[in-house]
Design a protein around this ligand. Structure first.
Ligand code: GYE
Length: 360
């Protein structure tokens, strides 16, 4: 009951909490169901006279203890197609498993303070497990300590936090290897350029682990293995298509000799492609384009010959998130990093069939 009531309270907050669409109100519904349960349950006759009070309380305690797995998910926002795919997957999965799962979902609209508020709200709701993708790497000590004190396990999803903050602040992370993605992008870039050329880089959200680590993987590989590839400039496009386009436009004004662009996600790559076309150049040929994520739009663009490569980073994480949360609720231990298996896709591998077969 406590969780359920708190869930309803949470829903009224300005955060815009929803639990798998409207099912938050359904998850609140167990209250009446719980009251009915004792009546439906035939009381064992032999104990009835011995301890009637306990008899009355036992089923109630059981039913208000909420046997469902209650997960609070504090989403970053809606910056990219990738993020929408992750949100859809989480909500879709929860909606199909309402008999076992309650999802409280918050959209923090790109703001760390909103994510922190949502997490605090989940603590108040006494959810079983909290899951969230940290918008940036730093600044989580206080709220994660509060989770710990409340005894609520935390799953970091798709991004990490600064290791110096302490790995014991969270229970596990379900995410891709972003350093690996940056390295793979550099390997393909080296091939595309035949070992020589000038590259610009569109970075993700400043301070986000996905951006910091993709940059690290890419820049280090180029610095150590590609003496004739120069990174001319590197600026944030905040993981959005609009900013990717805007920053690429300014790169194209500043540099006349750009051979390639590495984008920390596909949305920015698609924005950069628009800018390249508007500048009268051919994306994929005059300027090579490499992205990360593997969203359908990137595959379509590869099929059209405008994008050269995307390094996959799967957003289809819901099953792992809820399975892991269930294990944590049961007190089981799980790996500290549950790493996604991702692939690298170059334009020559992409057919209409491949595009149609993409899940996100
Ligand atoms: O690559 C990007 C998104 O954190 C892995 O965030 C995620 C990244 C993803 O907005 O498109």
């Amino acid at each position: 009951m406590k969780k359920v009531v708190a869930l309803l309270t949470g829903l009224t907050m300005a955060m815009g909490l929803v639990a798998c669409g409207n099912s938050s109100t359904q998850t609140a519904a167990p209250a009446p169901a719980a009251e009915e349960a004792p009546a439906a349950e035939p009381a064992p006759a032999e104990e009835e006279t011995e301890a009637p009070d306990e008899q009355a309380e036992a089923p109630a305690a059981e039913s208000t203890g909420n046997e469902k797995l209650v997960v609070g998910f504090a989403q970053i926002g809606q910056e990219s197609g990738w993020r929408d795919a992750e949100t859809n997957d989480v909500q879709w999965y929860a909606a199909r498993n309402t008999d076992t799962i309650e999802l409280a979902f918050a959209d923090a609209q790109q703001k760390q303070e909103n994510q922190i508020k949502a997490i605090r709200n989940f603590i108040e709701m006494d959810v079983d497990v909290i899951a969230f993708p940290p918008v940036v790497e730093t600044g989580w000590e206080a709220v994660l300590t509060e989770c710990q004190e409340a005894g609520i396990p935390v799953i970091l999803v798709d991004r990490g936090i600064d290791a110096s903050a302490g790995e014991d602040l969270y229970t596990t992370m379900i995410a891709s290897d972003h350093v690996w993605a940056g390295e793979q992008a550099a390997i393909v870039m080296n091939d595309l350029l035949g070992g020589t050329g000038k590259v610009v880089e569109l970075e993700g959200t400043v301070g986000a682990s996905a951006a910091v680590q993709r940059k690290q993987g890419f820049d280090d590989y180029i610095a150590n293995n590609c003496p004739d590839i120069e990174i001319l400039d590197s600026q944030t496009g905040d993981f959005t298509r609009a900013m990717g386009k805007e920053v690429m436009e300014s790169f194209l004004k500043s540099y006349s000799d750009i051979d390639a662009v590495f984008c920390h996600n596909d949305d920015m790559a698609l924005g950069a492609i628009e800018a390249i076309k508007e500048a009268g150049l051919k994306p994929g040929e005059d300027i090579k384009v490499v992205g990360v994520d593997g969203v359908k739009g990137a595959f379509e663009s590869m099929l059209a010959g405008e994008m050269n490569c995307t390094v996959e980073c799967t957003p289809i994480l819901a099953q792992q998130i809820f399975d892991t949360a269930a294990k944590l609720k049961n007190g089981e231990t799980v790996d500290k990093w549950i790493m996604s298996a991702d692939g690298v896709y170059t334009a020559d591998q992409v057919t209409q069939e491949v595009v149609d077969g993409r899940q996100y």
